[in-house]
Design a protein around this ligand. Structure first.
Ligand SMILES: [Zn+2]
Length: 452
């Protein structure tokens, strides 16, 4: 791969409270080799006009965004479930029904289009929380990891990195009811067999890593949680878990185990610096202490949490005790990390009726470096020498962003304002268009294919 140079009108560099003007960014073989601000005190320190070989990036250039929590197939539900009444549990039945027509081929097409939508939104790495492992009735495919392979291939074709979070999903409730009906496709029988299947999968391509996930305390019996945790620890792999998204999960866990879900995970050694709890919308103060003590991260998914009437997670209290926060679009009611990021601040305002809980740089970190780190890519999410060469440029001259100062972009821009996306040094989105996928056409076709 040849060396590339970009000249960013504004770039958000690490440890800065706001963007820097006129930054020359150089990369070779997919890594940044130099990051040089060319302006000091408002005056150019080098001849900007002579940099004829540098690709101009007008607007604000950010590090690659990380979508730390995704279920790719949920994209097909967008606009189909939002209008009705009900709650998380009625939505979940609609979501299960969608799985009927998904097989490795149709899932490849749907995930490719969904990941390409993410690329257009500036997302350079996704954490795919994957539990739709098997065929109808739970019968494994000839290759028991065919669905995992389809997801990894989909990310490659969309041009983004993926951490495939192979999810252990064994039971239908905290008290251990067996999976039935459509849920049978998620199950491997027990955690040992889950681990054997997951260990047999080696993803093709340097764009992919494998991690583990405990679906939730509803779906993995307490005595099998440590098996999943050990699997991840032995491989130095990230471990994710849905946690306290709904008060009903807390109530059921207390009734069966006499403890909160967080306490149960702590006792079973699921928590730790490589672990990310997804949602954590309804933790107790003691739960927050356990997450902080164990250096467990939290992935907030505000647009999904609002869509599913989950509630508002205590983001500021988490940050105050040192819990790293990342972001995910989860059910893909919206794929827009700018919206997820500003919701962290704006939802806190709704709760407290006060403004100013997070500064813009906190939101940038959650949307970038913290998310990539939660997915095991600790060398991504910063525009700095040695880091993976991911860049996302947001225009500051659209109807939404015209007149907006670069520092305010996270409160004004949407995914539609992303013009350029570079992943590991390769340009995958230019002039707001994906270079190899016709995203709206492919989304329409892939969704029509799986909706019965
Ligand atoms: Zn989820």
């Amino acid at each position: 791969m040849t060396a590339t140079r970009w000249l960013a009108e504004y770039a958000w560099l690490p440890e800065h409270a706001e963007p820097i003007a006129d930054v020359l960014i150089e990369a070779e073989d997919g890594r940044f080799t130099a990051v040089t601000p060319l302006t000091r005190g408002g005056a150019p320190t080098a001849g900007v006009e002579v940099l004829t070989d540098a690709v101009r990036l007008p607007g604000l250039t950010l590090p690659g965004l990380a979508n730390a929590h995704s279920h790719a197939f949920h994209r097909a539900l967008r606009g189909r479930t939002q209008g009705g009444r009900g709650d998380f549990w009625t939505w979940r039945d609609q979501m299960y029904a969608l799985t009927v027509r998904l097989d490795p081929d149709s899932y490849l097409a749907l995930a490719r289009a969904t990941f390409a939508e993410m690329a257009l939104a500036g997302i350079t790495g996704v954490g795919e929380f994957h539990y739709l492992h098997h065929g109808p009735g739970g019968t494994p495919y000839d290759d028991p990891n065919a669905m995992s392979a389809a997801l990894v291939e989909a990310a490659a074709q969309a041009g983004i990195r993926i951490t495939l979070l192979d999810t252990c999903y064994l039971t239908a409730s905290v008290d251990g009811r067996p999976l039935t009906g459509l849920q049978l496709r998620f199950g491997d029988g027990d955690a040992v067999r889950w681990g054997e299947r997951a260990a047999a999968f080696t993803p093709a391509g340097g764009h992919a890593k494998v991690g583990a996930a405990v679906h939730s305390v509803r779906a993995v019996p307490a005595e099998q949680l440590d098996t999943v945790a050990r699997w991840a620890r032995e491989r130095d792999a990230p471990l994710h878990v849905h946690l306290s998204e709904q008060p009903a999960e807390n109530d059921a866990c207390r009734a069966v185990h006499g403890s909160t879900p967080t306490r149960l995970l702590a006792d079973r050694e699921v928590l730790g610096p490589a672990t990310t709890a997804v949602h954590a919308t309804h933790p107790t103060s003691a739960d927050l202490g356990l997450l902080a003590e164990s250096r467990t991260g939290v992935c907030l998914c505000p647009t999904t949490e609002r869509d599913l009437a989950d509630g508002i997670g205590p983001a500021r209290r988490m940050a105050d005790v040192g819990i790293p926060l990342s972001l995910g679009s989860d059910s893909h009611a919206v794929i827009d990390l700018f919206e997820e990021a500003r919701a962290v601040e704006l939802d806190e305002r709704l709760r407290t009726r006060r403004r100013g809980h997070f500064v813009a740089a906190d939101l940038v970190t959650a949307a970038t470096a913290a998310g990539h780190a939660a997915l095991g890519w600790t060398d991504a999410g910063r525009i700095a020498v040695g880091a993976r060469a991911d860049l996302v440029t947001v225009r500051l001259d659209s109807v939404r962003t015209a007149g907006v100062p670069a520092v305010g972009a996270f409160f004004a821009a949407t995914a539609a304002d992303v013009t350029t996306v570079v992943v590991d040094g390769r340009t995958i989105v230019a002039d707001g268009r994906h270079r190899s996928v016709d995203v709206p056409t492919e989304l329409g076709r892939a969704i029509a294919e799986v909706i019965s």
